[in-house]
Design a protein around this ligand. Structure first.
Ligand code: HEM
Length: 416
């Protein structure tokens, strides 16, 4: 161990981290983005976190990520990041100031409660047949007889059309709704700069106004659907301001588009690169759920969870001062060998925690987890069950980003 003190933190006593030997290094965006898995693996055993050039602290180890996602010394970021980028008013600030995604404590509970029941596992199981029809419909469409664009024709359509169906959006509005959803959801990625702000603000303004109109319509003419129930419960409890009521709807659209699109491309790419596992799932569809979970572990669609430090944190002698931004790297944690032995292997049968860490933990744990699972499983079922075999000639899965929602490149899949 080169004289380093061993720190055993695992249930597996033979595996240890080396104790920190130096200050956690500062790395630039470019370095972090170039080979994030390799970089995390290199540092994870010697330092608990990396500092990013913008001052954020990237926590690398499974047990630290688990702890600080819900530790009282941290809280969810509210409008701080927008303010830090000089955005102090306008639609993005309105969104952040009223959304469950960017709030804490009682305010967060009140906002989340209004939606929570509508996205429970049992309610989402009722949506499953519709998602299955949708996914199979895309695969079997005449327009895709030769093949299709995995990301834009298939993966993007599933969350957008599913959310449109849940919200009762008419067929003719789906293209508009889809385009707005993807333009606004960019705010949850790290891949936007000052030049993108006017476009994101405009898309947010339009999506908010679209959701307001939808709610007003259900108020006038209630139907037997999710949105009418939501409007009725918001009106009956009067717990939410009108801005809050609409922003929870926008938050669901925001949380549920880019994430699932990326995850569908990733899981399909990973599995097409592993024909033996693809065949095993074709023969036994009970392997679909483990394949989805293992894909999310190996190459997560969301790489990190942000938190703000509200009280100084000491991790193995390294101080992270109050006011710092933490990026809890689920991407690194999900390959921490102390929690996932042989982390680089795609293992359908590995032991996994009951609640997948990719969805976070604590009060902000993903509200859409049940929906995401239904969408990811049904997307895979449709592809696996297709009568013809799929291939992605001479292409590889390309996923970029070391934090936030990750970006995926297009893959053209062809039928053999
Ligand atoms: C693979 C797909 C998905 C992944 C990996 C994912 C991941 C996450 C994570 C890590 C969080 C916690 C953020 C935090 O603690 O700061 C979260 C929150 C959230 N997600 Fe997802 N998500 C996915 C799909 C969805 C879907 C389909 C929806 C749509 C309903 C959704 C809606 C939300 C919402 C509204 C929140 C905020 C919850 C709160 O702050 O209380 N997500 N998601």
């Amino acid at each position: 161990m080169n004289g380093k003190k061993a720190v055993s933190l695992s249930k597996e006593p033979h595996l240890t981290y080396s104790s920190p030997v130096a200050s956690p290094p500062v790395l630039g965006f470019r370095e972090l983005n170039s080979q994030p898995h390799e970089t995390f693996a290199e540092y994870r055993s010697v330092v608990p976190f990396l500092k990013r050039e913008d001052g954020a602290h990237l926590l690398l180890r499974g047990h630290d990520v688990q702890r600080f996602v819900k530790d009282p010394k941290t809280k969810q970021l509210e409008t701080e990041l927008l303010y830090a980028r000089g955005i102090t008013a306008g639609p993005l600030v309105e969104l952040a100031a009223n959304s469950m995604l960017f709030s804490n404590g009682e305010v967060h509970r009140r906002r989340r409660q209004a939606m929570a029941k509508c996205f429970s596992f049992s309610v989402m199981e009722r949506v499953r047949p519709e998602v299955r029809r949708l996914a199979q419909g895309i695969i079997n469409s005449d327009a895709h007889a030769e093949g299709f664009k995995l990301r834009d024709d298939f993966a993007a359509a599933i969350p957008a059309v599913t959310l449109a169906a849940i919200l009762g959006i008419s067929q003719s509005d789906i293209p508009l709704f889809t385009s707005l959803a993807y333009r606004v959801s960019k705010v949850l990625t790290t891949s936007w700069g000052a030049e993108d702000v006017p476009e994101m603000e405009e898309a947010t303004r339009q999506l908010v106004s679209y959701c307001e109109d939808l709610m007003a319509e259900r108020r006038r003419k209630p139907q037997d659907d999710f949105l009418s129930q939501y409007v009725a419960s918001v009106d009956a409890n009067a717990d939410l301001s009108p801005a809050e009521a609409v922003m929870q709807l926008v938050s669901v659209v925001l949380g549920g588009t880019d994430t699932t699109r990326a995850a569908i491309v990733i899981q399909t790419g990973l599995l097409l690169e592993r024909p033996d596992i693809w065949s095993a799932i074709q023969e036994n569809d009970s392997l679909i759920a483990p394949a989805v979970a293992e894909s999310l572990r190996l190459e997560p669609a969301v790489a990190s969870i942000p938190r703000l430090v509200v009280e100084d944190i000491d991790i193995e002698g390294h101080m992270i001062p109050r006011g710092s931004v933490l990026l809890l790297s689920t991407m690194s944690a999900l390959r921490d060998p102390l929690q996932f032995p042989h982390p680089g292997e795609f293992d359908l049968h590995r032991e996994r925690p009951r609640w997948h860490p990719v969805y976070g933990d604590g009060e902000h744990r993903c509200l859409g987890q049940a929906l995401a699972q239904v969408e990811l499983e049904e997307a895979l079922r449709a592809l696996i069950g297709s009568r013809r075999s799929l291939r992605m000639d001479n292409q590889t899965l390309r996923v970029s980003g070391h934090a936030g929602i990750r970006q995926v490149e297009e893959i053209i899949v062809q039928f053999a």
